[in-house]
Design a protein around this ligand. Structure first.
Ligand SMILES: C[S@@+](CC[C@H](N)C(=O)[O-])C[C@H]1O[C@@H](n2cnc3c(N)ncnc32)[C@H](O)[C@@H]1O
Length: 220
């Protein structure tokens, strides 16, 4: 039985080392964890969601695919009510602001023991800025297309001391050169051009500086 995993979630799986204990935060249907277990990538999965309905659906799917014994289910806002014995935290399909609130409520995650895989649906620059300011380092990011939309997946480790610029919050230097690289640049700079044009003198100086930096990369 094929697991209906989206391209977004498959891209997240690429960053998960064999034998990992994975916490899937906001698991919804639970397919990410099921895929990792069925393919021998994860040994154990903590599936969590803030809502009972999605959690029940993940539980039913784990039974359907025969991996119930390797999954534990927690009703939790972020990582508040879950055990800490995992290696990888995956957070996919949420906005950057939600991810920031999940991470800032859990300073215990700020440790080399934990590795984050983040796939953000919106407000991605806010998330990147938060990560850098806190001490998380995006060691690789890749752009991907899901339907009509462009997203990225971030591979994040705890490594304080990296500096960043406004431009990097919009278009990071660690973005992988794949087939969506140029499209992602065009999409990001197009969005910034519009905001700065319409807001004129009221435009946020952070965004103005980001745009200036990105214009210098026009050869992309
Ligand atoms: C759009 S779905 C994404 C599901 C799956 N991760 C994916 O990428 O396909 C977002 C899920 O996150 C859950 N969620 C939203 N905020 C959350 C939070 N603070 N903590 C845990 N789960 C949350 C929602 O209930 C929902 O099931």
């Amino acid at each position: 039985m094929k697991i209906p995993l989206s391209g977004r979630l498959l891209a997240c799986c690429e960053y998960i080392p064999q034998g990992s204990r994975v916490a899937d935060i906001g698991c919804d249907h639970g397919y990410l964890g099921i895929y990792l277990l069925k393919n021998g990538i994860a040994d154990k999965v903590l599936a969590t969601d803030i809502n009972e309905g999605p959690l029940q659906s993940a539980l039913r799917n784990s039974e359907k695919y025969g991996v119930r014994d390797k999954m534990a289910f927690y009703l939790s806002n972020g990582v508040k009510n879950i055990p800490r014995d995992f290696d990888i935290m995956v957070c996919a399909g949420m906005g950057g602001d939600t991810m920031v609130s999940i991470l800032s409520a859990a300073p215990w995650l700020q440790n080399t023991q934990y590795h984050l895989i983040l796939q953000c649906q919106s407000k991605t620059p806010i998330l990147r800025q938060y990560l850098w300011e806190t001490g998380w380092y995006i060691r690789e990011e890749q752009a991907l297309k899901d339907g009509r939309f462009l997203y990225t997946v971030m591979d994040v480790i705890w490594q304080p001391g990296h500096s960043f610029t406004p431009g990097e919050c919009y278009f990071p230097t660690t973005l992988k050169q794949n087939e969506h690289f140029s499209a992602y640049y065009q999409w990001v700079i197009g969005g910034l051009e519009k905001i700065v044009f319409y807001q004129k003198d009221q435009a946020d100086p952070f965004k103005v500086q980001a745009l200036e930096e990105l214009r210098k990369k026009e050869h992309i």
